[in-house]
Design a protein around this ligand. Structure first.
Ligand code: NAD
Length: 479
């Protein structure tokens, strides 16, 4: 693949704009610059809203069947370019190629699912209290949607927003993360090729996130904000969206507890933990962050876990059989190292070493920490890196209290072979998603999202479509 291809324009009103100011895109596995994109600013942000606002007029009036056909076509084009998109994603984000392919397929599954679901935006009729009246409820698209996305899932975080928005009849302006703009622009290329009309999807790449997003938050033509990213930025945007009373969906940070009960199948629990904890080098919002293992199975669990972790292969995502790619940047490496140092200083035991010798990229080897206590930073702050901190418990009620003692409430995991315990844990954990004997619960047809300070609203499933729909009540009287 030619590197020249990765100097892309930003996408507004169906056109590719280049600017004198550009942002370099870096490969986190080598720190090499692999391309560049325009550094958009206020002007491009405004052009994008103008285009989305204009396009809304016609797009919102298309039939669900027309929108479904275009989404279906977008899905097909992405599928035909899957290898190319996955390769670019690995180059700019670092994740192993197999994971990047998996992410493109997962991202694309939302487009397919919402193509189908567009046809099921049903209204209601409600019995009236007078014979001369009828009560009708219709669903209508909310309007122009502003979508802000993070770097950890450069394709999926975009399609989880744009696919339901388009299915509902909304038009969109999107600001992808500065670190991973190329994947976003490739998705826009596919949409363009699929014939999605000009102005329905607009992508503004920028290093000035605040400046661009403020334009959208201040503009009353933008009716909804959908954001995925950290909790502090989500709170900031929520405050700013208040001035024009926008609808909001927020997918924020997590601090997932992973509970291994006394009767767990240990092999399945270790497998589930590896899947949940180490995918994307631990940089996922639903990643297991705090591992609580029942005292009775601590030894066998730790032994199996440390063996499995030692066997994980670290390297550039483009290399064969690699399972752990680099972290996104140096700040991420420092944060994870700080959590390890803090845990050791407070009495934890480190199994393995995070150091990768002689590498220019942002690599860290996955490690296990045992003897972990709740006062350690790794149990209180989202790690976003490849460390598995293991603590123990003896009482189910006590571990639920510890698991819930955080402002976060995105995902939780429980491994048990008892149906009674499965219900007890899942019903008492204050989390939007609970994986019972399942380390990978996210799919397009299920509602994904958090409680408490992990967010508002849901993505995926028919719940994810409702986020882009207004409810209109029509009271009809016969005269
Ligand atoms: P981040 O909050 O730093 O950035 C997210 C997006 O917001 C980026 O596009 C960024 O440029 C933009 N942004 C940052 N500051 C801004 C500002 N002042 N005004 C407007 N936009 C701004 O998060 P990140 O580091 O890119 O992503 C990691 C975080 O995302 C983690 O906390 C993770 O848990 C969370 N996340 C959550 C989910 C979920 O579904 N709940 C999914 C993936 C990631």
């Amino acid at each position: 693949m030619n590197q020249q291809e990765w100097n892309k324009g930003l996408y507004v009103n169906g056109e590719w704009l280049t600017l004198a100011e550009t942002i370099p895109v870096q490969n986190p596995a080598t720190r090499e610059v692999i391309g560049s994109v325009p550094d958009g600013s206020v002007k491009e942000a405004k052009l994008a809203v103008d285009a989305a606002h204009k396009a809304f007029e016609a797009w919102s009036k298309t039939t669900a069947y027309e929108r479904a056909a275009l989404l279906e076509r977008w899905h097909q084009v992405i599928e035909s370019r899957l290898d190319e998109i996955a390769f670019v994603m690995t180059m700019e984000q670092g994740k192993p190629l197999a994971e990047a392919k998996g992410e493109v397929q997962y991202a694309n599954s939302y487009i397919k699912w919402y193509a189908e679901e567009a046809k099921r935006i049903y209204g209601e009729t409600i019995p009236a209290s007078s014979g001369s009246k009828r009560i009708l409820v219709q669903k209508q698209p909310v309007g122009v949607v502003a979508a802000i996305t993070p770097w950890n899932f450069p394709a999926a975080m975009i399609t989880r927003k744009i696919a339901p928005a388009l299915a509902a009849g909304c038009t969109t302006v999107t600001k992808p993360a500065e670190q991973t703009p190329l994947t976003a622009l490739l998705l826009a290329e596919c949409a363009h090729e699929a014939g999605i009309p000009a102005g329905v999807i607009n992508i503004v790449t920028t290093s000035k996130a605040g400046e661009v997003v403020d334009v959208w938050l201040d503009d009353s033509r933008v009716k909804k904000l959908t954001f995925t990213g950290s909790t502090p930025v989500g709170k900031l945007l929520m405050r700013k969206a208040a001035d024009t009373v926008k609808k909001i969906s927020l997918e924020l940070g997590g601090l997932a507890p992973f509970i291994v009960a006394e009767d767990a199948n240990i092999e399945a629990a270790v497998k589930g933990l590896i899947q949940s904890k180490f995918r994307n080098a631990g940089q996922t919002c639903i990643c297991a962050n705090r591992i609580y293992v029942h005292e009775a199975v601590k030894e066998s669990f730790l032994q199996a876990l440390t063996q499995a972790v030692e066997a994980l292969r670290v390297g550039k995502g483009t290399e064969d059989k690699v399972e752990i790619g680099p972290l996104i940047d140096d700040r991420a490496v420092q944060k994870v190292q700080h959590q390890i140092d803090d845990a050791i200083a407070k009495g934890a035991t480190l199994h393995g070493s995070p150091v990768v010798e002689g590498s220019t990229g942002y690599f860290m080897k996955p490690v296990v920490l045992s003897g972990v206590t709740d006062d350690m930073v790794c149990m209180q702050e989202e790690t976003f890196g490849p460390i598995a901190p293991v603590s123990t418990f003896t009482d189910d009620q006590e571990v639920i209290q510890r698991a819930n003692a955080t402002p976060y409430g995105l995902a939780a995991y429980v491994f048990t072979q008892s149906l009674t315990k499965a219900f007890y844990f899942s019903e008492n954990l204050e989390y939007g998603i609970v994986g019972v004997n399942d380390g990978g619960p996210s799919v397009a047809q299920a509602p994904f999202g958090g409680m408490k300070e992990s967010g508002l609203g849901r993505e995926g499933s028919h719940h994810g479509l409702e986020e882009y729909l207004e409810v209109k009540y029509i009271s009809l009287q016969f005269v």
